[in-house]
Design a binder for this molecule. Structure first.
Ligand code: SF4
Ligand code: SF4
Length: 135
C-alpha cells in the first residue's frame, strides 16, 4: 500500500480532461485534493494525497506522465519549532492551505500539520525561523 502527497503540473490542454476519474476507475486509487490552482490558458497545478496498492499506484503515476503531466513527490515535511515561534502571524498570509491560522480563542497561531502540503512558503517568511523542513 502506498500513500503519498504529490504535485501535478498539467498543461492547459488537459485541464478539462477527466484525469482524476481515470485514477479511480482504471487504477483503483483514492485521492484527496489538497489544493488546486487552475488558470485558463496556463499550466494547472494540483496537490493531491494519492493512495492505492503499490502496482496500481505505480501504473497510475505512469498514466499521468504519459498524458504529459509532470509529477512531483512531496517527500519532505515541514514542522514548527515551538520554542522559536513568537506567534507574530507573518506566516499566515503566505500559507495557501490555512495550515497556519489564528486560534480566535487564544489569539495564537496554530500550525495544523494535516492541512500542510509542505510547499515551504512559510520557511523564509518566518522572522525567527521557527518553520523548519524535515527530510
Ligand atoms: S511567522 Fe514564524 S514566528 Fe511568526 S507565527 Fe508564523 S511560525 Fe510563528
Ligand atoms: S509549508 Fe508552510 S506555507 Fe506551505 S502549507 Fe505547510 S504550513 Fe502552509
Amino acid at each position: 500500500m502506498k500513500k503519498k502527497r504529490i504535485v501535478l503540473h498539467f498543461p492547459h490542454k488537459l485541464i478539462d480532461k477527466p484525469i482524476a476519474y481515470h485514477l479511480v476507475k482504471d487504477y483503483n486509487l483514492v485521492f484527496n485534493i489538497l489544493q488546486a490552482k487552475i488558470i485558463p490558458n496556463e499550466e494547472g497545478v494540483m496537490v493531491l494525497e494519492l493512495s492505492g496498492k503499490d502496482k496500481e499506484y505505480a501504473d497510475g503515476i505512469k498514466f499521468l506522465q504519459r498524458q504529459g503531466i509532470k509529477v512531483q513527490t512531496l517527500s519532505r515535511d515541514v514542522k514548527r519549532n515551538e520554542k522559536r515561534c513568537t506567534h507574530c502571524g507573518a506566516c499566515i498570509a503566505v500559507c495557501p492551505t490555512d495550515a497556519l491560522r489564528v486560534d480566535r480563542k487564544t489569539m495564537e497561531v496554530i500550525f495544523d500539520i494535516n492541512e500542510c502540503i509542505a510547499c515551504e512558503l512559510c520557511v523564509p517568511a518566518c522572522p525567527p525561523r521557527a518553520m523548519e523542513v524535515k527530510f
